[in-house]
Design a protein around this ligand. Structure first.
Ligand SMILES: [Zn+2]
Ligand SMILES: [Zn+2]
Length: 465
């Protein structure tokens, strides 16, 4: 009998990881994600794996987000030498994300060690290094959507479009047992059906066991059209006030959506600003990957969009500032520009320099398009801080802060229920990748609407498949 072990993203969102073992002893790992958030959470990344990496036959990654792929370099460093399967676009995005993550790990440890040295504490080693990440990337093998592949003896995997970010996949696994086969479907992260660039998540009908994400299990997102109108109004207001618009955004997913929306306003003559700067080397590289895979994006919702070959075409006034010099030149612009820069939660990156030059100006407008974790600078701004500390200086916040809640890369409650309702004969359903109260709300809604009892597993729990 095959066994499935719930190792990560159980009763929480980050650190996605599941171990599947067939009755013949073939072992595959689904996702190998980094835990993010509070300090104790991050400490968990340092504990040794609860399985022997040498005994794994294959790893399958649902998508490139770091909470699904970010512990791969640690797995390689711990001795895993086998294949890592993901869609072609995910393989390219992982190159970007894992190198960046390794770089951050090295830099953070360097800082921490300076602090430790002054207190005569032993130095720490980084969680993993850029060299570990390079090794991991050599193990990645592209598996296109819809192609079934036997990744380990008796275990066949097929990836389906999850519509969450470019390359994101729902993982379908068939385990051949002695007389019968068992089918596991892992949703990965499911996209929001109103996202402009992504296709709706693929629906599947057959499964014995389903693992479904529940990030927004407790609610539906605000209407996309309303959010778009709000964005247009903020841009008009900023134009009237004569200042700059700053948008902190995540490099992969959110930034491309924004460029698309700004491009739509531009075409419709509704974009008053004369220049849009994309001031994030990572987002610029992500754009190139999106452009290479443009045929995988959803072109049906916007006929003009279908004719475009690369992201730059959506928004002709987009200027990408890769070099530090160009980035610093943007700091000198005092009005009329839209500046998109990382990091998404304002915890580092070039957005901080733009804040330094603009936060204290009354005519600046700051648009926060995504979730801000507590303790981040982004959260402080959202909560109305009167001043913030930047580069060892206190800076007054006179800019107007706007939060836009409607752009999500995740399915809301109704969309999750719709997705799971396509399975015939109510397979065993486990809710994962969600804070406990979100999963519970979804569990109740599924019981009410589909008369189906979903299970919220415990961390480390093991079930027979
Ligand atoms: Zn994701
Ligand atoms: Zn996720």
């Amino acid at each position: 009998m095959a066994l499935l072990k719930f190792l990560g993203a159980i009763q929480q969102v980050t650190g996605s990881c599941y171990l599947l073992e067939s009755h013949e002893g073939a072992r595959i790992l689904l996702d190998c994600g980094l835990r993010q958030g509070r300090r104790e959470e991050q400490e968990g990344n340092r504990s040794p794996f609860s399985f022997n990496p040498h005994e794994l036959d294959a790893v399958v990654i649902s998508h490139a987000h770091i909470d699904h792929s970010g512990l791969l370099p640690k797995l390689t460093a711990a001795g895993y030498r086998g294949p890592i399967y993901a869609t072609p676009a995910s393989c390219e995005l992982m190159e970007l994300m894992l190198q960046d993550s390794a770089h951050l790990q090295e830099k953070d440890t360097e800082w921490e060690n300076k602090w430790r040295a002054r207190r005569a504490r032993p130095a720490l080693k980084p969680l993993y290094t850029v060299e570990d990440a390079e090794k991991t990337l050599k193990q990645c093998q592209a598996l296109p959507y819809g192609q079934a592949l036997e990744v380990a003896r008796g275990i066949t995997v097929t990836l389906h479009d999850a519509g969450h970010i470019l390359g994101s996949a729902i993982v379908e696994v068939v385990v051949q047992e002695k007389i019968q086969s068992r089918r596991l479907v892992f949703s990965g992260d499911l996209g929001c059906t109103t996202s402009p660039l992504m296709k709706p998540p693929s629906t599947l009908k057959q499964a014995d066991v389903v693992l479904m994400e529940s990030t927004y299990g407790d609610r539906d997102h605000r209407n996309n059209a309303d959010t778009l109108e709000e964005l247009a109004e903020i841009l008009q207001q900023a134009h009237r006030d004569g200042g700059n618009v700053l948008i902190p955004a995540f490099a992969v997913g959110r930034t491309q959506d924004l460029i698309y929306y700004l491009g739509r306003f531009y075409r419709e003559g509704r974009l008053p600003q004369q220049a849009v700067f994309l001031d994030s080397p990572m987002a610029i590289r992500a754009n190139a990957i999106y452009s290479r895979h443009i045929s995988e994006l959803d072109t049906t919702s916007d006929p003009v969009f279908g004719g475009y070959k690369q992201l730059q075409d959506w928004l002709p006034i987009l200027r990408c500032t890769l070099d530090t010099d160009d980035s610093m030149a943007v700091n000198r612009i005092s009005s009329g520009a839209i500046i998109i820069a990382g990091s998404g939660m304002c915890t580092g990156g070039r957005i901080l320099h733009h804040f330094k030059h603009n936060l204290w100006r009354e005519n600046t407008h700051i648009i926060i398009p995504g979730f801000q974790a507590s303790g981040t600078l982004g959260r402080a701004l959202v909560e109305g801080a009167e001043s913030v500390k930047l580069f060892h200086q206190r800076i007054a916040v006179r800019a107007k802060i706007h939060t836009l809640g409607g752009f999500s890369a995740h399915a809301g409650q109704s969309q999750l229920i719709d997705w799971v309702s396509h399975f015939e004969n109510k397979p065993e359903l486990y809710l994962v990748h969600g804070e406990l109260e979100k999963s519970r709300a979804l569990q109740l809604a599924i019981r009410d609407q589909l008369d189906w009892d979903a299970i919220i597993p415990e961390p480390g729990e093991q079930i027979a498949l």
